[in-house]
Design a protein around this ligand. Structure first.
Ligand code: 9MR
Length: 557
């Protein structure tokens, strides 16, 4: 019985999916101890799942709304995992997803007071980072050391990548811009919780300050990443002490950086008493990176080519995007919105084609559109395009709503094999983010319901029956490819982290042993060797933060 193992809002849809053959026609909602039946419902007729062709029947108990702890029982099948019905049922998930970033902090000890049983010494101070030969310049020749502390570990590995920080920061800062009141009131028990700044922004600042150090002051270019030459073993951060490098400046890094800094300048301006000068520094960093990208519009990060010319070889994550049209668009949208200067908007073709590509680290067009739509009252050059962008976004999200209604699992996510990429959980979460935008534009609750269906997916209503958020749900990810979670001596993984999830090619990519499934919707292994289906990453956690936070903020409506 597959369902959101955390639970349901009293007034929202409540759906479980029963997998497999069976004769039962009824299901029973019972108290958590199984003693008392409170609601009886009719299972739907069996329907085959789109990809694995398994029979499924749906138990819809949306009509039941009393708060409490429950299980669902289907005769001949058994009982579901326990779950709750109550207001604010995803409040803890929404908070833990941000706290997950705290646990990814480099360069600082995580004491018990904030980290509980996952406390650990500081790792990777990054105060003595070498300039890799691929990044050397007259001002910073080979052998130069720079200081680039703070930031978050990207994922299960210990490196820091500007491109992936781009979409991550953009998503987190957008969550704040959309729901400032909600975040103002949220407390996460992080070292900065006592100041007047929302914890989401305090946490994001940890990475923002690192990003600022990645700009070469002599020309405004931005290093692609800060990394060891090779991935560390599965050891704790403080035990991983090999030399670190900043590697080649590139267009993708410069534009991701420019977009984030422009947005940050706008967002942190409201907190200039707490962070004097920060907003201005961000804007000047953004404009310098933008100018660098104008002069260097096509410097792709090509790790193989770099390794042919320079030593040492670097074999860590590449994030090697080659098409920068969407990065130009996003950076232009942020710079235009922050400075209100039409010249940024006009510098880029903002409607290159009618596509609405779902955001990922390599594709950030919609981040630009979201920002333009969020600031739709702003006068300026974007006004003429906004009706078209709005129309396209709604076409895109209407298709998602239709998909959710039609699918065996009644989620937007997961009816087509293309959804099951490396990091598919972020596909589900980013679909949810798009749907929340559609709700903002229209006030139509069908979009929120569809967004919630994807949070249900992430928390258990999916073809493998796992909650992909560590620490949430009785059957949730326990052995993520995440070095601290594996190397520490705590049985439970660090909480609030989103596993990349089901990946139709995982068996070929990580070659971890133990895959038995062959259908793309079932290719998931809760094992730490399965980095292609069970790693965690900041760019996956960020849309989870957004989706869970947005649904919490909007649940009363
Ligand atoms: O998220 C990335 C995914 O889209 C790629 O297919 C994959 C292989 O290149 O890399 C993923 O990103 C990883 C990065 O390269 C290094 N840190 C961990 C990231 C998540 O697995």
């Amino acid at each position: 019985i597959r369902l959101n193992q955390v639970g349901f809002y009293p007034n929202a849809a409540k759906v479980a999916v029963v997998v497999g053959e069976g004769n039962a026609t009824k299901f029973f909602l019972k108290t958590a101890d199984g003693a008392k039946t409170l609601y009886t419902g009719q299972l739907t007729d069996a329907k085959l799942t789109e990809l694995s062709k398994k029979p499924t029947r749906v138990a819809d108990f949306s009509g039941f709304s009393a708060s409490g702890s429950y299980v669902l029982e289907v005769p001949g099948v058994g009982q579901s995992y326990p779950f709750e019905i109550k207001p604010q049922v995803h409040q803890d998930v929404a908070a833990a997803a941000i706290k997950g970033f705290y646990f990814q902090r480099t360069a600082i000890e995580l004491p018990q007071k904030y980290a509980g049983k996952w406390h650990r010494p500081a790792g990777h101070p990054d105060t003595n980072v070498l300039v890799h030969p691929s990044a050397a310049s007259a001002q910073r020749p080979v052998g130069t050391m720079i200081s680039a502390p703070r930031g978050w570990y990207d994922a299960g590995d210990y490196n820091k990548y500007i491109v992936n920080s781009g979409i991550t920061m953009g998503t987190l800062l957008s969550a704040y811009e959309e729901f400032p009141q909600f975040y103002q009131n949220q407390k996460l028990n992080i070292p900065e919780s006592d100041n007047q700044v929302p914890d989401l922004l305090d946490e994001s600042l940890w990475n923002l300050r690192w990003m600022l150090t990645m700009q070469d002051p002599s020309d405004g270019g931005v290093y692609h990443k800060l990394t060891n030459p090779v991935f560390d073993g599965m050891i704790m951060p403080d035990k991983a002490t090999t030399p670190r490098y900043v590697v080649q400046k590139g267009t993708g890094a410069a534009l991701n950086f420019a977009a984030v800094m422009a947005q940050a300048s706008r967002v942190y301006k409201n907190f200039s008493k707490d962070f004097p000068g920060l907003s201005d520094s961000c804007l000047s960093a953004a404009t310098r990176a933008w100018e660098w990208a104008q002069k260097n519009p096509n410097v792709a990060y090509d790790q193989d080519a770099i390794n042919k010319s320079f030593d040492p070889d670097v074999t860590t994550g590449a994030y090697g995007d080659k098409d920068f049209s969407d990065e130009f668009l996003w950076a232009a949208a942020e710079l235009y919105t922050t400075t209100q200067q039409d010249s940024y908007y006009k510098a880029v073709n903002m409607l290159p084609d009618a596509k609405m590509p779902l955001p990922s680290w390599a594709q950030v067009r919609l981040l630009g559109y979201y920002t333009l739509l969020r600031h739709r009252d702003q006068k300026g050059a974007a006004q003429k395009d906004l009706p078209e962008i709005r129309k396209r976004l709604l076409q895109f999200t209407d298709a998602m709503v239709a998909g959710a209604t039609a699918g065996a699992y009644r989620t937007v996510m997961g009816r087509v094999k293309e959804d099951y990429v490396w990091g598919s959980s972020s596909v589900a979460a980013n679909q949810g983010v798009a749907l929340v935008q559609a709700y903002h534009l229209t006030g139509n609750k069908k979009y929120l319901q569809a967004a919630l269906s994807n949070l249900d997916y992430l928390l258990g209503r999916n073809a493998v029956g796992y909650s992909f958020v560590t620490g949430f749900g009785e059957k949730s990810t326990m052995r993520p490819h995440h070095r601290p979670s594996i190397a520490d001596d705590v049985a439970e993984p660090i909480p609030g982290l989103l596993s990349g999830g089901t990946n139709g090619n995982a068996d070929k990519q990580d070659k971890c042993e133990g895959y038995t499934a062959t259908s793309p919707d079932e290719m998931y292994l809760d094992a730490d060797c399965s980095y292609a289906s069970n790693e965690i990453a900041i760019n996956w956690n960020a849309p989870l933060v957004y989706l869970a936070g947005a649904l919490e903020a909007l649940q009363q409506q």
